[in-house]
Write a protein that binds this ligand. Structure first.
Ligand code: NI
Ligand code: MN
Length: 217
């Protein structure tokens, strides 16, 4: 499957289904594409409703017919706009379009409901998107249950983990590969992904992308 980092926490997963997670494109200085280029999607997953994550999720769902997957309170708002939704909550698992989504703990804040992370199982691979979060022991449960093939981990500090915590998160969630996210979008979340890579060492393969670059998993 093709994994494209769109900048910030926005990722596109092209497998048997097309999935966007946290598609913050409009107003994102690092965005590698505009929302109008998202012409095909099956699922749009939102970890929490801060603007840099909810982003263009609703418009993309409207133009593609994709189902929005999010915490209940955000799903209710989407449903009110006529968007097909799968509301859920932390600890829950759903299956939509043949894709399994597990909602997991994130230690952060949100406007509506609680913030979350997600583990997505598609085409026999498991992908963990941590959302915005502090380091938490709950990540050990992600490791025990999924040992993800690939994780998206924030390293930009201030609003999320910085490099030291993110390195511990890689250990806790036992991910095989990791793509650092949520850094360099704005001056207040600058981080050096190479420093993260050297700290992680041989615990996991760190894949450093530039916005718009992809990785084949
Ligand atoms: Ni946030
Ligand atoms: Mn954020």
């Amino acid at each position: 499957m093709k994994i494209t980092w769109l900048g910030h926490s926005a990722v596109k997963i092209e497998a048997s289904k097309t999935i966007y997670i946290d598609p913050f494109l409009t107003g994102n200085p690092a965005a590698s594409m505009g929302p109008e280029e998202a012409t095909e999607a099956d699922l749009v997953i939102v970890t929490h409703d801060h603007g840099d994550h909810l982003g263009d999720a609703f418009p993309i769902c409207k133009q593609t017919g994709a189902t929005l997957v999010s915490i209940h309170e955000v799903a209710v708002k989407a449903e009110a706009e006529g968007i097909p939704t799968e509301g859920m909550n932390i600890g829950g698992t759903i299956e939509s379009h043949g894709v399994r989504i597990h909602m997991v703990q994130a230690v952060h804040s949100a406007e509506s409901g609680d913030p979350s992370g997600v583990v997505v199982e598609v085409d026999g691979k498991s992908l963990y998107h941590a959302g915005d979060t502090a380091l938490t022991y709950d990540m050990k449960l992600v490791g025990e249950f999924f040992s993800p093939d690939l994780s998206f981990i924030p390293i930009g500090d201030r609003y999320t983990m910085g490099i030291d915590s993110a390195t511990k998160a890689v250990e806790f969630c036992r991910t095989k590969k990791v793509i650092p996210i949520h850094f360099d979008t704005f001056p207040i979340v600058m981080a050096d992904p190479e420093a993260f890579k050297s700290k992680v060492g041989d615990m996991a393969e760190v894949i450093i992308l530039k916005p718009g670059e992809f990785f084949i998993l």
